[in-house]
Structures are given as structure tokens and as C-alpha cells.
Design a protein around this ligand. Structure first.
Ligand code: PGA
Ligand code: ZN
Length: 427
């Protein structure tokens, strides 16, 4: 049996220049592995809580307590455990923390340790993580969902919609989807620059635009797809993340850019009109995390035409997924390991989504690093979509490039790229 011999942690820095936690695991096999905790900005209230030190250094965001927790109580508990028994490792982390939201040891400490352990287990077998997770199952590359314009909490609210993304239903493989997206990304940037609307890039690397309305983003993105030589919808389509929890004021949804406030019903009508007028195939968090009724109603009306994705709405929680499925709210689940805290609970969310007949998308956070674990989780678990932010900044490109390496390695052994099938029903 390969056991954990040493657990270490250090402070590293994320893509926003904020401190974060890196965990490092060593095993009796001689293998070792590391993982880095990501961080969200538009977080759901049901997420695992990162432990931040408070006070004045690093704007209160330092993580030295979380690191101390890994070096001492967590190390003490985990050293000697079987590195191949991820369920037992994660159960020990959950029990040692003892809170519902992982706030005592810190969600950031726990997710870094849990991910480092699964990497070390793969390393002990001498295989990459995706292969360790897939076992004898054949795998496919996931369809990338890539941000072109960034707004919301990632661009100080300059546009209300958080992410204008593209997917490539017409692409034959992962490499081609990235190539097409690169063309669209650059075409969109050229359009903005020409109109004097380019304000830099937002937190996930997408352009930070100065649009006059949220709908202008849809017009510009559709034109950028055409400028790049693609057929909107058939070749390249639009996905939105509204992140509507951030727009909620009382019972209404506030669009600051347009100086208007809409009821849930009016907001839903606006989104439906957008789906009719633009090549939109997916909308994430169209309503706030607690607006179950609006989410249910919207899914009933639109669920056969587009992906209705829950992010803050589910917080990668298997229980929430089962409850929403009973009411028919959403049809796709965003999967973020640090929302729930451990690898085992993340996989339970994937399984709950599958049992409900829901789609799944593995996703990064707005605060990221060179860590590429999520690419391996998506591939190893057979999750058909991957959302990693935009097509610039190396914390994003590291993930896309890791996917390219795995696709190259698999060659003809890969299962068919699922893009066409996934979006065949959308219109
Ligand atoms: P976050 O945003 O990482 O800032 O929470 C990502 C998303 O909403 O999908
Ligand atoms: Zn989201």
C-alpha cells in the first residue's frame, strides 16, 4: 500500500495577484504532487468558504492560517493514509473540518490537499490524472466554452452580463475548436479597437468592452464570428453567463449599464428575445441563486432550445442538484471543485447531474493559476464541456494547452469530439 508520508503547504499567488494555497503531497512510493486552490469573485452563497486572514496585509486576503492548517492538523491526520483511497482522504478532511461550509480549516486548504492527493495517486501508478480517473474507459476531449467579452464582477460591472462566450458546434476536434475560437477572439478585438471600445482585458482574459447596452455585446460577437469567416450557430455559437445573483436587487434584476430594473418575468422575456435574435445555445445563471421559481419557469420555456446552466444555483452540490431536478430547474450543471471542496464531493455532483439527465460542464474560477487539474477531471470523468475563461493570459492558456497535449497523445484512441451532438437540438 502506498501511503502519504508528508504533506506540505506554501503560499503562492493567483492570476489576480492575490495570495492562494499550494499543497504538496509525498508518498511512500516516492511520488509527489502539488495543487493550487483557485478563487471565485462572483461566488454563490452556498459555496465552501475560503479561509482568509483578514487585517491589513494583502487587503485581508492572506492565507497563512489555511497554510498552517495543512502543515499541522491536516498533515497529522492524513500522514499514513492510503494515497489510493481518495474517498477516505476526503472523508477525513470533511470530518476534521467539522463545518458545513469548510470554513474552519478553509475550503482553499481542503481543495488544494484533495486535488494534490488525487494527483499523487495517479503519479504512484505512473499515469496522468485523466487516465487514473478514467481507468479502462475510453475518453473524449471536452468542448471548450471560451469567453470573448468579460463583464460583471470581473470588470467592475462595466457590462452587466458577466461572460459572452463562444462554443464551436461545428468543430471536429478540440484543436480545431481552439483554432476557430482564436480567430473569433482576434476578430472581436479588432472590431472593438476600431470602434474605440477596447478598455483592456477583464479578469478571465476576455476583452473589457465599453458597450452602450448589454445587447450590443451580442451584436458585436455575432459580427465577430462572421468577420472570422464562420457561420453563426452552425460553426460557432454564443453562450452567456449572466451570473444573475450579482444583478439581483430585492425581487428585481438591475441592469446598471442600461439604468433599468426588471422583474424576473421581464428579465426572462428579454433573455428569450435574445435567444430568438442571436445564435445563443447556452445561458448560465439566468436568474439568481435563490430564484428557483424563475429558473424552473425559464427551463420549461427554453430548456428544449438551449442549455440552461446552474452555477451559483447549484454550487457543485449533489443535494441541490437532486432538489432542482425534482422541480425541473436548469438542465446543465457547472462543476467547480472549490465550490464544494473535495474531489469526492465534486464527482458526486457529476453523478447526481447524470442521474437527473442533466449535462455537465467543468469550470475554472476567475482567480486561477498554472494548475491544470480541472482539464484532467473533465476528461477523466467524461464531462463533455470545459469552461476556463478566455483565450489569453497564461493561467487560461495553460488549461487549453494541456487539453491539446492530451488530444495529441490520444490520437485516434479518443472518442468522438462531442460538439455536434451536444448542440444538435439547439435552435
Ligand atoms: P467566479 O466566476 O469564478 O468569479 O465565481 C466564474 C463563473 O461565474 O462562472
Ligand atoms: Zn458562472
Amino acid at each position: 500500500m502506498d501511503t502519504i508520508t508528508k504533506l506540505h503547504a506554501r503560499r503562492v499567488w493567483d492570476s489576480r495577484g492575490r495570495p492562494t494555497v499550494e499543497a504538496e503531497v509525498h508518498t511512500s512510493h516516492g511520488s509527489s504532487a502539488r495543487a493550487i486552490a483557485p478563487a471565485g469573485a462572483s461566488t454563490g452563497s452556498g459555496e465552501a468558504r475560503d479561509l482568509r486572514d483578514g487585517g491589513t496585509p494583502c487587503g485581508g486576503l492572506d492565507v497563512m492560517q489555511a497554510i498552517e492548517h495543512i502543515r499541522h492538523p491536516i498533515a497529522q491526520r492524513l500522514v499514513g493514509m492510503n494515497i489510493q483511497d481518495q474517498a477516505a482522504i476526503d472523508a477525513a478532511l470533511i470530518a476534521l473540518d467539522g463545518t458545513a461550509d469548510k470554513s474552519r480549516l478553509g475550503g482553499n486548504a481542503i481543495v488544494a490537499v484533495s486535488l494534490a492527493c488525487v494527483h499523487a495517486a495517479a503519479a504512484a501508478h505512473g499515469v496522468p490524472l485523466w487516465q487514473h480517473l478514467a481507468g479502462s474507459q475510453r475518453v473524449a476531449l471536452p468542448v471548450p466554452e471560451i469567453q470573448i467579452f468579460g463583464g460583471g464582477a470581473h470588470a467592475r460591472g462595466r457590462v452587466d452580463v458577466q461572460d459572452y462566450l463562444v462554443v464551436c458546434p461545428g468543430a471536429r476536434n478540440f484543436a480545431e475548436a481552439l483554432e476557430w475560437t482564436a480567430e473569433v477572439y482576434h476578430a472581436a478585438g479588432a472590431r472593438l479597437a476600431k470602434k474605440g471600445q477596447l478598455q483592456g482585458v477583464a479578469d478571465e482574459g476576455g476583452y473589457w468592452p465599453s458597450f452602450k447596452s448589454n445587447e450590443e455585446g451580442l451584436i458585436e460577437l455575432t459580427r465577430a464570428i462572421e468577420d472570422a469567416g464562420f457561420k453563426p450557430r452552425e460553426d460557432v455559437a454564443i453562450a452567456l453567463d449572466i451570473a444573475a445573483t450579482q444583478l439581483r436587487v430585492g425581487a428585481r434584476y438591475q441592469l446598471n449599464l442600461e439604468n433599468r430594473s426588471l422583474s424576473a418575468e421581464q428579465f426572462g422575456i428579454m433573455l428569450e428575445r435574445w435567444v430568438d435574435a442571436y445564435p445563443i445555445v447556452s445561458i448560465e445563471d439566468p436568474f439568481a441563486e435563490d430564484d428557483v421559481e424563475a429558473m424552473q419557469h425559464f427551463t420549461q420555456r427554453m430548456g428544449h432550445r438551449i442549455q440552461v446552466v446552474g452555477d451559483d444555483f447549484f454550487c457543485t452540490d449533489a443535494q441541490r442538484i437532486r432538489a432542482a431536478a425534482e422541480r425541473g430547474a436548469c438542465n446543465t450543471v457547472l462543476i467547480k471543485p472549490n465550490q464544494v471542496g473535495t474531489v469526492t464531493e465534486t464527482f458526486a455532483a457529476v453523478q447526481a447531474a447524470r442521474a437527473a439527465g442533466y449535462g455537465t460542464i467543468v469550470s475554472a474560477r476567475s482567480g486561477e493559476s498554472e494548475d491544470v487539474s480541472i482539464v484532467h477531471l473533465a476528461i477523466g470523468w467524461g464531462v463533455p464541456e470545459l469552461k476556463v475563461g478566455s483565450f489569453s493570459r497564461s493561467e487560461r492558456m495553460a488549461k487549453w494547452n494541456e487539453g491539446l497535449r492530451i488530444e495529441d497523445y490520444l490520437g485516434t484512441h479518443a472518442l468522438a469530439f462531442p460538439a455536434r451532438k451536444l448542440f444538435a437540438h439547439t435552435h
